[in-house]
Unconditional design. Structure first.
Length: 459
């Protein structure tokens, strides 16, 4: 009798396996990687656990519509600000307060801080107010700064280089600006009226403007224009054969989310390197908009539809990984207080507690050996000490989708244990271990550190 052992060590360092979206029973990748997961927290490199739940941050105020732009840092007195289509809100770590009830706006998009003034874009104009919010002028851009009305229906993201440097405003194929004194309607021109600018960042002392140009064949031609803020033309143009979703700057690196033409629904995260793009990772889903990317625990997080994706490493000694951290709303995503907040229609949520939608699937392991079946003798799981309410349901499946064996680990049945032995005693040609937290707790979790499988070949 020939015995064998499988080790799934450090699953939190594995993330998704390559091309995970092609097969939920993928066998290609490292043993600690996963072809399928939902709301799994891998921010602790020692273990995987349920991803965060979404808890209302509304307090006594329900936002009108969906908050879109959210300042990604504390603007004053432990608060920041966000804007929906018709209202402005001050936001703390525990509540939101409506700040614009008597001066209606339409088409609210973005809000930022210029010096100690709050500035926001809405439809064809730009407003200004003191910080903390007071003395608002909704039509400041056209009536005081003497700028021309913005083009309706375009993205009007705001960006300030530093604290009182040049502020740029996306406006179709051109960029308007404010230098603290003068409004310039066309500070930068792409020289292509078919381009629509959709995202901007300030990085490496340069402005990066991303835009898309669809054509009659259904293909997209994206471009990133890099500009020094002074010249009459861009420094260089980065061409993208596909559609750009958003730009994001972290630690002096300009990242880009885009979808290549003929990509079969797969999106790419990369970084701009000179006049080219270096791809980092692929993920299956949709592109984030400029207001749907943030930082969390040294990771980049973003919205892919209602899935909250994460990529990066928590420490210099840890490899980067891609995983599905949780869920999010369709509106703004930001992290001004250390815990991400996400907006949906009529709600503003913070990530808190544990989601019971969480699940994690291991790779598919071939157990045939040299034309032989195997008998699975024992599966050993190590995890952090169980606390009241913690539970995870385990299932062994083969690549036909057939359930081979099931088991439950819970505090109610097993107590405050840190290890669990499971004896399936079944024959199999292949197997996948599935963890499901649907019956788990929103306050306690089973944080799995590693899994060991033992068996022997059948002749």
């Amino acid at each position: 009798m020939t015995k064998w052992t499988l080790q799934i060590n450090n699953p939190a360092l594995g993330g998704y396996c390559p091309s995970y979206w092609k097969n939920a029973y993928s066998g290609y990748g490292n043993s600690n990687q996963s072809p399928a997961m939902v709301s799994i927290d891998m921010t602790d490199p020692n273990c995987i656990k349920q991803g965060p739940d979404l808890v209302d941050l509304d307090g006594d105020t329900n936002p009108t519509g969906t908050i879109k732009g959210i300042i990604p840092f504390v603007a004053s007195a432990n608060k920041t600000y966000g804007i929906s289509a018709t209202k402005i809100y001050d936001i703390t770590a525990t509540a939101i307060v409506e700040k614009d009830p008597d001066s209606p706006i339409t088409g609210g998009e973005d809000i930022t801080l210029y010096g100690n003034k709050l500035i926001w874009s809405h439809d064809t104009d730009i407003g200004i107010a003191d910080n903390p919010y007071a003395n608002a002028n909704e039509n400041w851009w056209t009536t005081v700064a003497s700028g021309a009305a913005l083009t309706s229906g375009k993205v009007h993201q705001l960006l300030v280089a530093g604290t009182t440097g040049l502020m740029t405003i996306l406006n179709g194929s051109v960029v308007a600006s404010w230098d603290g004194t003068t409004a310039t309607d066309i500070a930068f021109d792409t020289q292509d009226t078919d381009i629509e600018l959709i995202s901007q960042i300030y990085c490496q002392n340069r402005f990066y403007f991303a835009g898309n140009k669809p054509n009659t064949t259904g293909r997209n031609d994206g471009s990133v224009f890099v500009w020094d803020g002074n010249s009459s033309a861009w420094d260089y143009q980065v061409k993208v054969q596909g559609k750009i979703g958003a730009l994001f700057a972290q630690n002096g690196i300009p990242y880009i989310f885009y979808q290549k033409n003929l990509s079969d629904g797969v999106c790419t995260l990369g970084y701009i390197d000179g006049a080219g793009i270096t791809d980092i990772t692929n993920y299956y889903g949709s592109l984030p908009s400029w207001y749907q990317v943030a930082e969390y625990k040294n990771l980049i997080i973003w919205a892919s539809g209602t899935a909250l994706m994460a990529w990066g490493a928590d420490d210099m000694g840890i490899n980067t990984r891609l995983f599905k951290l949780g869920t999010c709303g369709a509106g703004g995503l930001s992290n001004p207080f250390g815990t991400p907040i996400t907006a949906a229609d009529g709600h503003l949520y913070k990530l808190s507690g544990y989601a019971t939608t969480s699940s994690w699937y291991s790779m598919l392991f071939d157990l045939t050996g040299n034309y032989r079946k195997s008998h699975i003798d024992k599966i050993k799981l190590n995890f952090d000490v169980l606390e009241t309410g913690a539970r995870v349901d385990l299932t062994l499946k083969n690549n036909k989708g057939t359930s081979l064996s099931t088991k439950t680990i819970s505090y109610t049945t097993d107590g405050a244990i840190t290890t669990f032995d499971w004896y399936p005693k079944i024959d199999a040609e292949n197997m996948q271990i599935q963890l499901n937290y649907a019956n788990g707790s929103t306050s306690k979790t089973v944080a799995v550190r590693n899994i060991k499988v033992e068996g022997h070949y059948l002749t």
